[in-house]
Structures are given as C-alpha cells and as structure tokens.
Write a protein that binds this ligand. Structure first.
Ligand code: S3P
Length: 435
C-alpha cells in the first residue's frame, strides 16, 4: 500500500483528456467478445478494472490483442469474438476489483447451453452482493450459486433461459445490463422495469450492434438475438466520473480554469454537473458532438463560490459515483447539504457513506452519516490531515483533491487504489498544477 501527500496548491490550469470511460470500456470488451468477427476498440481504458474484463473475455475464448495508438498512451484493443453462444470452456474468472464485470458477465454465461464458470475477485469484491443479479436470473431459469446466497464466489451453470418481466427493486445499471445480456439468449421477450433511470450505455451499444432493444416508459424491452455485429471501431469517450475529480478541484481552488476534452455527457451520467451548477459552480459545456453513439463535449470549469444543496431521488443514479465528491464540495459550500436516497453508496468498492464520512471528518469536515446518505455542514474549507482510501479508488482521489483545497494538506494512505480506474491520476493532476 503506497501513500501520497497532497499539499495545498493551485490554481489548476490547462487542458487534458481524462481517461476513457470505465463503464463503456467494460461493455465494449464484453459486446465485442459476443460478436463473431473482429472488433477494434479505440481508447479502451487502460486500468486495472478494465484489464480484468479483457482477461475474462480472453479466458472465455476471445482473441484479444492490445496496442498503443502511436505517440500516445491510448490503448487500442482488438477482439476476435466468440459469438453469443461461444463460451464453453469451464473456467474460474478472476474479476479483480471490478464490480461491473462481476455483475454483467453472469448474464451472458447463465444462458449458455453448456459449461460452468466461477466468478471471484479480491477482498472488496467478496463483500459485494450478487443476489441482485442472481435472483432475477434465477427467475429466468438460470442456475447460480453464491456464497451464503448473496456473495462471491458465484458459480454459474449454463442453461436455457426464458424472458420475464422484472421490476428492479433498485436503480442499477449493472443489474439492468446483466439482465439485458441474459435476455438476448432467452426465449421470448424480457421487460426490465427500472425504478429510476440509470446509465444506458449497454442499450446504446447493443442497439448499434443490431439487437432488439426498446424503451417503453420505465421499461427496457429486449428480444432474443442470435448474432451481434458490434460497430468497429468502437470509440470510447473520456469518463465523466474521472473528469469529476478535476471538475470539483477546479471549482474549489481559486483562480482555476480547466478544460476537459471528449468527456462523455450522456444525460444518464451528468448528475454531478446539474448538482454543481445548482451549487453555483461555473461549468461551460462546449462543442457538443457524438462519438460511438454517445454524446461528448468539452467542459470548461472555473472556480466559483459554492452554496449548499439537497440531492436525492432521480438524481442519485445519475451521479452515484460522484456523490463522494459532492460531499467534499459541500464542506466548502455555504450552508448545509443533504444527500439522501443513496443507500447504494454502502455497496460500492467500500461503504462510501462510512468511508467518505470518516475521510472528511479526519480532515476537519462536519459530516453526519445517515442510513441513506450524509448531512454536510459547509464550513468554508477543510483543515487537512490523514485519510485511508480503504482500497477504494474514488476515496483515494477524493483525498488528493481535498489536500489541494485544504489549508494544511492531506496524506492519502492507499493512494495506489487509484489505478483501478485512473493509473495516470497523479501525473494528470501535476500537469494541471503546472508542476
Ligand atoms: C456501473 C454502474 C453503477 C456504478 C458503477 C458502474 C456500470 O453501479 O456505481 O461504478 O458500469 O454499470 P450500479 O449499477 O450497481 O449502481
């Protein structure tokens, strides 16, 4: 475990392309493997989580090669797919720290005619519930066994599936995506009803690959598919969840002016922008365009004084991974901010209600955890101190941003966790600080 110190500094100035989208990269590798031909994925996220997905599809039989785009750090991945019904070799799949892989892959494997697989991962993955996918998959006819009925390792035995109507009890793009994959292999139509809208990358990519996916009000309606023809090249935009660290840092640190390019601004991902705008942040969304079926834009963020806000309801899934940063920003804002309806934060890479509360309190923040969120009293700033990432990439990077904006600096224990989604984070931060 490595630690790193982040001293009060700033302003942040300059332009960069944040790393590629993690959610879209996972899906691109899986959907490319489900295809039968060759798919080129441009700007695939080069991070621990998405490396786990490449290793998983390779273990299932897909041919995967990786290359760098000449003169850049950007990854080009070529996948020779095995087809929708291709996985057969019984293998144990190590998902590492990747919750998205853990939840999405069972949907594809459960509907295979033969074969059995075990999904397992690191210590944090072993605490993450899989009954949320096992329960609806079982309703579709799947054969799955989880440790203690709800935790990994997860054993999957391929079998025939049938379509169902499933009312999801929680808004989760991972669960929705898992069921969409299973639905492609099932007999008949599947209707997946979302309580609240969650990210829709799977729907966009599968529709582009020729699958029958329709939205009917709150439901996603999926028909069976024998063949997928993923678009090639599949181009992955930059990740707003990684951009978020600079968006918040630039908002908090006086005189900052940062430009972030090719950022995915899919409306199912931009909750943070709406929340920060309400708080008074100065964020310009410029040069809107589209790549690979996803809206992208250039974001320009200038520092601004922030006011408290309330976050809850439909906004929560649209900003789920950025809520820790909302809590950080709230420490600097005027007034008391409430985050509610976000119990799902307890089931992320760490219990983020606990780890965010502990981190911000250790730095002098006034934060009260609640069952489903936090109440944060803005005090205009943070003193600084030492925090533990608890192996959670987003907590490690939050600590770094807190350090720059604090008065005494922050020591982050377990900074290496950032490599799960953003291996180049410290270098990119240094480049915006001109150091
Ligand atoms: C993700 C969905 C979200 C998010 C996770 C990535 C995805 O999880 O927190 O980091 O790629 O579908 P849930 O769908 O479980 O809320």
């Amino acid at each position: 475990m490595s630690s790193a110190r982040f001293d009060p500094s700033g302003p942040l100035r300059g332009s960069l392309r944040p790393p590629s989208d993690k959610s879209i990269s996972h899906r691109a590798a899986l959907i490319a493997a489900m295809g039968e031909g060759k798919t080129e994925i441009e700007f695939y996220l080069d991070a621990a989580d998405t490396r786990s997905t490449l290793a998983a599809v390779a273990a299932l039989g897909a041919k995967v090669t990786t290359d760098r785009l000449p003169g850049t750090e950007l990854l080009v991945v070529n996948v020779e797919g095995i087809g929708m019904r291709g996985p057969s070799a019984p293998v144990e799949i190590d998902v590492g720290n990747a919750g998205t892989l853990l939840r999405l892959l069972p949907g594809w494997l459960a509907g295979q005619e033969r074969g059995s697989w075990t999904l397992d991962g690191d210590e944090s993955i072993r605490r993450r519930p899989v009954d949320r996918v096992a329960t609806p998959l079982s309703e579709m006819g799947a054969r799955l066994t989880a440790r203690e009925g709800h935790l990994p390792p997860l054993d999957i035995e391929g079998t025939d599936l049938h379509g169902i109507t499933y009312e999801m009890p929680i808004a989760s793009a991972q669960v929705k995506s898992c069921l969409i994959f299973a639905a492609l292999l099932a007999e008949g139509e599947t209707r997946i009803v979302e309580p609240l809208r969650s990210r829709d990358h799977t729907e966009r990519m599968l529709e582009a690959a020729g699958a029958s996916i329709q939205r009917d009000g709150d439901a996603v309606v999926v028909g069976p598919a024998e063949l997928l023809e993923p678009q090639s090249p599949l181009i992955v935009p930059a990740d707003i969840s990684s951009a978020a660290f600079f968006i918040v840092a630039a908002s908090l640190i006086t005189d900052s002016d940062v430009v972030l390019t090719t950022v995915n601004v899919n409306p199912t991902r931009t909750g943070l922008l709406r929340i920060l705008e309400r708080m008074g942040a100065e964020i310009a969304v410029e040069a809107e365009d589209e790549i690979g079926g996803e809206p992208i834009a250039i974001l320009r963020i200038r520092s601004a004084p922030l006011q408290a806000t309330d976050v809850g309801g439909a906004e929560v899934p649209l900003a789920i991974d950025e809520l820790p940063l909302v809590a950080l920003a709230a420490c600097f804002a005027e007034g008391t901010t409430t985050i509610r309806d976000a119990e799902e934060l307890r089931r992320k890479e760490s219990d983020r209600i606990e780890t965010v509360t502990a981190a911000l309190r250790a730095l002098g923040g006034k934060v009260e955890p609640t069952a489903d969120g936090m109440v944060i009293e803005g005090t205009g700033g943070l003193r600084g101190g030492t925090i533990d990432s608890h192996g959670d990439h987003r907590i490690a990077m939050l600590g770094a941003v807190a350090g720059l904006a604090s008065t005494e600096g922050v020591e982050v224990q377990g900074m290496d966790a950032a490599a799960v989604s953003y291996p180049g984070f410290e270098a990119d931060l240094a480049s915006l600080l001109g150091s």
